[in-house]
Design a protein around this ligand. Structure first.
Ligand SMILES: Cc1ncc(C[n+]2csc(CCOP(=O)(O)OP(=O)(O)O)c2C)c(N)n1
Ligand SMILES: [Mg+2]
Length: 344
């Protein structure tokens, strides 16, 4: 794929090409993307109303990257994220109520209300944590891949990170070690072209992050990150290589966040090149609409069916927020309870 075409928001707006993939599988992916979108819109509202007090980084517009990778992972795998990880957590099957409770700081949250939006955990489905230290979990994923290799049960580790994280030295060291030790890890760079408010074109000589993988002799795929099928095909191939013991892979998904760096507003007034026109244009590459249109065109779904999927997602999110609201806050006495591991 040509990076110049991929970063041009006037391109790739057509429905995705479902090929001969079964309709029910694709409907499941659509359902997951709709749930992520609805959940993040609700989180945005909770921030606006002041109920959510932690910083919340929304991935609205980026849903296909998380779902296209997560659909090939299972509970034995070890995925890690960063500050913008609601989508990855939900795509892996993390509990929706526990997410909302965590965002509201409640004791029933997935990190017992101690972490907030940027510290998500759902080990039971293979999501082993998100940490807002940019690039912090990339070497951790490499360690998890080493453990997986020693276990010999075919598990893979996945590091989700951004284009900004790729500029941290630890990512280079991680790529090097993973390749030299032939570890089963997939590096997934969700390249949304921004690190906080700075455009990648002001930071780098090339917009293409996967060139780092080539420098480390790691097979890389560059895809339209708003095409869940393109992401899923590339992820499937690279994950299969890792699972059979043939070493790491690197997947770069070009995408764009519709909201600001942090919080629900659009941040069009802070970046140098994030213009209203660009944002409007990127919304035309909506990963959800492109999949839904493909399913409608192929007859896997009709309009009432699509409306029902949307209503289901909205209903689940509304119920989850209500349940999270009812949950208690953690007691102050539990504050130190999670600081040290218990002696075995
Ligand atoms: C080590 C470190 N440096 C700086 C920050 C502040 N910070 C938070 S997010 C971010 C940008 C990350 O950009 P990217 O990796 O592209 O992720 P995106 O926000 O685009 O999803 C920065 C600089 C941080 N959290 N950690
Ligand atoms: Mg980024």
């Amino acid at each position: 794929m040509d990076i110049a075409a991929l970063i041009d928001p006037a391109r790739f707006r057509a429905p995705v090409a479902p090929g001969n993939r079964p309709g029910d599988r694709l409907i499941d992916w659509l359902r997951r993307m709709l749930l992520i979108r609805a959940a993040e819109e609700a989180i945005g509202d909770l921030v606006l109303s002041g109920e959510a007090r932690c910083p919340c980084h929304l991935a609205i517009g980026q849903e296909a990257a998380a779902v296209g990778v997560a659909c090939h992972l299972d509970a034995r795998d070890r995925a890690f994220g960063a500050h913008r990880s609601h989508a990855q957590y939900l795509a892996m099957g993390g509990d929706l109520v526990a997410l909302m409770a965590e965002v509201l700081g409640k004791a029933t949250g997935c990190s017992r209300g101690m972490g907030g939006s940027m510290h998500l955990y759902a080990g039971e489905v293979g999501f082993h944590g998100s940490v807002p230290i940019v690039a912090g979990t990339v070497p951790v994923a490499v360690g998890a891949a080493l453990a997986a290799k020693k276990d010999g049960r075919g598990a893979v580790a996945v590091a989700f990170f951004g284009d900004g994280a790729a500029e941290e030295g630890g990512v280079q060291e991680s790529l090097n070690l993973a390749r030299v030790m032939k570890l089963p890890v997939l590096f997934v760079c969700e390249n949304n072209l921004y690190a906080s408010h700075m455009d990648i074109r002001l930071r780098q000589p090339s917009e293409r992050v996967s060139r780092y993988a080539e420098a480390h002799d790691i097979p890389a795929r560059l895809v339209d990150g708003n095409d869940v099928l393109a992401v899923a095909d590339a992820a499937e191939e690279l994950i299969a290589v890792a699972r059979r013991g043939d070493g790491p892979g690197f997947l770069e998904a070009i995408t764009y966040r519709w909201r600001g760096h942090v919080g629900p507003d659009e941040n069009v007034d802070v970046g140098l090149r994030r213009s209203v026109t660009d944002l409007k244009s990127w919304k035309e590459r909506d990963p959800i609409r492109r999949l839904a249109d493909a399913l409608l065109a192929r007859g896997d779904l009709d309009q009432p069916g699509l409306s029902a999927l949307r209503a289901d997602a909205a209903g689940l999110v509304e119920a989850a927020v209500a349940e999270a609201r009812r949950a208690p806050y953690p007691h102050a006495s539990s504050l130190l309870g999670l600081v040290y591991a218990e002696a075995r």
